[in-house]
Design a protein around this ligand. Structure first.
Ligand code: DWN
Length: 450
């Protein structure tokens, strides 16, 4: 293994300590498991008294559950000459009070979001998804040219463009300068800002606020939701998409865990945080093939009885995204990582050439955590020009264009952009027909051939 590749770590968290802590004993020992007393991003609680006596030990609401070790920032692709590659701890906590699964807010957001490499338009799947999204909401709200759509974290303007095509007035809010300028160039008015109350007070009230894959990136979740409530008209709607944490756990997709993703949402903690800021989760849609399992939430400033799907998915989640589900996930992750690495090493021993397919943010976590370096992968091919010519952080695997990859195709592709499995397998028919194979990492590593 090369020096810069971080080996698979076993979780350093001792579960018996957590349980003992919950029963109120050996408090001092349990304290070693966590570096600080964290307030939960969802409910605000950091500790709560059990037992009611003034002498009772106080208990932390937040417990560390999954420790992926020190890993680099997922989207901080390196230039070939760059030396900066700083890893940060990646520890997932569970809040016993509201059940929100989350990270501590360790990395300044300016380090992650000022210059961004992910573009929504990088895949046909997402372009089509957002087009159908705009169509569905335009009909649902009967939007006209009088209505304004505000998209927070609007990226390259893909969704707003789709609303524009249907006649709505739009405004994007996007903190990454380079990405906001791509949207502007495409004719989507975009403010290069974070979304906060100071900014919202300058804006007109709107009928629709959208935020897709944004709430998971937000440090001050409650302030963000309060700002949404502030900017919505009384008959308005807040529509947002998020990967469903129950799917992350079921699919073992630990590579969705990275410093940008501060919260991993279940409906229970989300409903509670929304309600406490004056928004009611009234409806849901579920998209199993978007980012490995995504829900679209509809939150209204006025109370309505939640739809059947809200109740059904909330009930499923009781078992699928609780403390025990997260604990079991944390035990499966190192085993899966070892298994994947062993599979690839066996292929290398047989003299096979392997490359990565896609260089998503997730790849940084998967490759570094599993210890899959340049000794295993020759390169990763990615369609995003902003990523090509750069290196995946930590493992320093070069990102090349698909055109370049086609001149030197591998025997096997490790499907790093596994969430686009269908689109990619269809696109790579020729590679498969010529005997090429894919290794798909989740839910369990498997080979896919023609
Ligand atoms: O929340 C987030 C989500 C929504 O998007 C972010 N924090 C960042 C980003 O996550 P990601 O980088 O894991 O996203 P994707 O959409 O899984 O990235 C896929 C990558 O694969 C892109 O770089 C494009 C590339 N790709 C490719 O090279 N060939 C994708 C397809 C479909 C292809 O055929």
């Amino acid at each position: 293994m090369r020096e810069h590749v971080m080996p698979v770590r076993r979780s350093s968290i001792r579960w018996e300590m957590v349980e003992i802590e919950l029963r109120g004993a050996q408090f001092r020992e349990a304290k070693h498991a966590m570096s600080s007393w964290l307030p939960c991003r969802g409910c605000g609680l950091s500790d709560f008294p059990l037992g009611g006596s003034p002498w009772s030990p106080r208990h932390r609401a937040m417990v560390p559950m999954v420790d992926l070790g020190n890993l680099p920032l997922a989207n901080r692709l390196l230039s070939v000459t760059s030396t900066s590659n700083a890893p940060y701890p990646l520890v997932v906590y569970y809040c016993h009070n509201c059940a929100l699964i989350q990270l501590a807010d360790l990395v300044p957001r300016t380090e992650m979001f000022t210059d961004y490499v992910y573009l929504t338009s990088a895949s046909k799947t997402m372009m089509e998804h957002f087009d159908r999204y705009a169509e569905g909401i335009t009909r649902r709200l009967d939007l006209t040219a009088k209505d304004r759509v505000l998209d927070v974290g609007s990226n390259d303007g893909t969704l707003l463009k789709a609303f524009q095509r249907r006649g709505a007035r739009v405004l994007g809010i996007e903190p990454a300068r380079n990405v906001a300028s791509i949207a502007e160039a495409a004719g989507v008015p975009t403010l290069t800002n974070y979304f906060d109350l100071k900014l919202a007070k300058r804006l007109e009230k709107v009928r629709l606020v959208t935020a897709n894959n944004i709430l998971s990136h937000v440090g001050s979740l409650r302030d963000f939701l309060a700002t949404v409530a502030h900017v919505l008209r009384p008959n308005g709607l807040f529509v947002f998409e998020l990967p469903w944490v129950a799917d992350v756990l079921r699919n073992n997709s630990f590579d969705m865990i990275y410093h940008e993703h501060l919260s991993y949402f279940g409906l229970k903690p989300l409903t509670r945080a929304l309600r406490e800021e004056g928004l009611f989760l009234v409806d849901l849609e579920y998209y199993p093939s978007i980012h490995g399992g995504t829900f679209r939430g509809f939150a209204s400033p006025s109370f309505e009885e939640p739809s059947h799907l809200v109740k059904e998915m909330s009930a499923r989640e009781e078992k699928e995204a609780d403390f025990w589900a997260l604990r079991d996930f944390s035990e499966r992750v190192p085993k899966l990582a070892h298994h994947l690495r062993d599979m690839l090493l066996s292929l290398k021993k047989e003299g096979k050439r392997i490359a990565g397919y896609g260089a998503p943010a997730k790849a940084t976590i998967l490759l570094n955590y599993c210890g899959i370096g340049r000794d295993i992968l020759d390169y990763a091919s990615d369609t995003t020009p902003l990523k090509q010519g750069k290196l995946i952080p930590g493992v320093k695997i070069p990102v090349v264009s698909p055109e370049l990859a086609r001149t030197k195709p591998p025997d096997y592709y490790l499907l790093l952009a596994w969430n686009f499995r269908q689109e990619i397998l269809a696109k790579e028919r020729e590679f498969l027909d010529k005997g090429g194979r894919f290794v798909v990492p989740f839910p369990q590593p498997e080979f896919v051939d023609s």
